[in-house]
Design a protein around this ligand. Structure first.
Ligand code: DCP
Ligand code: MG
Length: 440
């Protein structure tokens, strides 16, 4: 289905944004053809699970990603609810990214199912940008049995807006000439970087549409948002976006978080959960060969308000013990004093490899932790065992799952910052109390 604007002049529109339609749900439908045309929801199991992906048939009834599963069930009880199969999605992701790479080496993946492509160098081989977009859509469909939507424009910002507008299973070209006609009627939150809070600020200034922001005096925006954000929004509102498609994908942070089945007050449960999360984050850092200097925690209360705190260490770390000590300190200082729905731990400001300063900066004890954790990584790699800190085991028997709020049966979300703060890139059952083996 190719929408209006498709005949638009695609001259100079050398940036494509490709985004798979209802990605996780579509991969599930592909291997269960009997589900085609039915409302399908991936994720949302358990009392606190959230929806990862919903087929367009489920969306017609209001089901959306990130919505609590219970709400999705109320909206569409007939929907087929399926558990996520991350391995299958990762494989499909690799395959479609491979198709993009056949067209141009300038592919910037943004998440598991979307990428920017700079096709300026591919025109001689494949033809006009619209022809390239059609070619990609046809290959993805023929080889993967999946649909995607493609935005074609002169800038990343406009290409991304265009693909969103083309969904599902469509293509939309926004020529440089038509960019402002397309952009200006949109609400302010269409601008990159405008979340709920900035949208509120803009609304209080009487700015509702992108056109309002474009016409607003820069001084007014500066005063409300600061110089950098004001300049950026103003440029975007005039469809100016100088960012190039970049193939260097640097993870800026890595984190893990846990939603409790029952809201928790017990500090001991929270402490052990933070330790489990720090252990996961440390493992991921060591596996990726990254270290980071800033440790952050996130705490969501029963009323969904979210608090975060961070602290920058003198040297970068990949040591779970250090991450935990900092996270626990931050938690104690934060002292929420209320029931907690979710906690998360994140290490930010990642750099490749070791921080060379650390040997001098750290004492024997930290070295000991680091060596122990590396040994545990090696043991886990060799024996496939889950190696957990001893204190995850201690006190496990004292937890009363039904009355205390428990860390058992929690699901852990492991995410990378470049996928956006609240995106779920992996969801798996994570039970820190389940039979972990200690390194001998
Ligand atoms: N995802 C997730 N949790 C979210 C958002 C997304 O687990 N809160 C996962 C499931 C999605 C995939 O990432 O299938 C891609 O995210 P998209 O935002 O592109 O959503 P979809 O591909 O499902 O739908 P569409 O792109 O058609 O809107
Ligand atoms: Mg998608």
């Amino acid at each position: 289905m190719e929408r209006a604007h498709q005949e638009q002049d695609d001259c100079g529109c050398t940036i494509l944004h490709v985004d798979m339609d209802a990605f996780f749900a579509s991969v599930e439908v592909r291997r269960r053809p009997e589900l085609r045309g039915r409302p399908v929801v991936v994720g949302g199991a358990g009392p606190r699970g959230v929806v990862s992906s919903a087929s367009y048939e489920a969306r017609a009834h209001g089901v959306r990603s990130a919505m609590p599963g219970a709400q999705a069930r109320r909206l569409r009880p007939q929907a087929v609810f399926l558990p996520p199969d991350m391995a299958a999605y990762a494989e499909a992701s690799r395959a479609v990214m491979g198709i993009f790479a056949d067209v141009t080496p300038l592919v910037e993946p943004l998440s598991v199912d979307e990428a920017f492509l700079d096709v300026a160098g591919a025109l001689r081989l494949f033809g006009r940008p619209t022809a390239i977009a059609r070619h990609i859509r046809a290959r993805v469909s023929a080889e993967q049995g999946l649909t995607c939507s493609v935005g074609v424009a002169a800038t990343k910002f406009m290409a991304k807006l265009a693909s969103t507008r083309a969904k599902p299973d469509g293509m939309l070209v926004v020529s440089a000439e038509n960019a402002l006609d397309f952009l200006h009627p949109l609400p302010v939150d269409a601008l990159w970087g405008v979340g709920d809070r900035t949208a509120d600020v803009l609304r209080r200034l009487g700015l509702r549409t992108v056109a309002d922001v474009a016409e607003a005096p820069l001084g007014m925006l500066r005063q409300a948002l600061g110089d950098a954000a004001a300049a950026q929004l103003h440029a975007l509102a005039w469809a100016r976006d100088p960012r190039r498609v970049s193939t260097e994908r640097v993870e800026k942070s890595t984190g893990a978080e846990t939603t409790f089945d029952v809201d928790v007050m017990d500090e001991d449960v929270i402490r052990r959960t933070l330790l489990a999360l720090a252990t996961t984050v440390g493992e991921r850092l060591r596996k990726a060969g990254h270290t980071g200097r800033t440790v952050a925690i996130k705490v969501r209360l029963t009323d969904f308000s979210t608090l975060s705190r961070s602290r920058t260490l003198p040297t970068a770390t990949d040591v779970a013990r250090e991450i935990f000590d900092t996270a626990w300190h931050l938690y104690q200082v934060l002292n929420p004093g209320e029931r907690i729905r979710l906690v998360g731990v994140r290490v930010e400001g990642l750099v490749e490899g070791d921080d060379t300063g650390r040997q001098l900066a750290l004492g024997e004890r930290e070295h000991g932790w680091r060596d122990a954790e590396r040994a545990a990584d090696a043991a886990a790699a060799r024996f496939g065992a889950v190696v957990a800190p001893a204190s995850l085991l201690r006190g496990a028997g004292s937890m009363n799952h039904s009355t205390n709020g428990s860390a058992a049966d929690i699901s852990t979300l492991v995410g990378d910052s470049n996928l956006g703060p609240d995106r779920v890139v992996a969801e798996r059952d994570f039970d820190p109390l389940s039979d972990p083996l200690r390194p001998s």
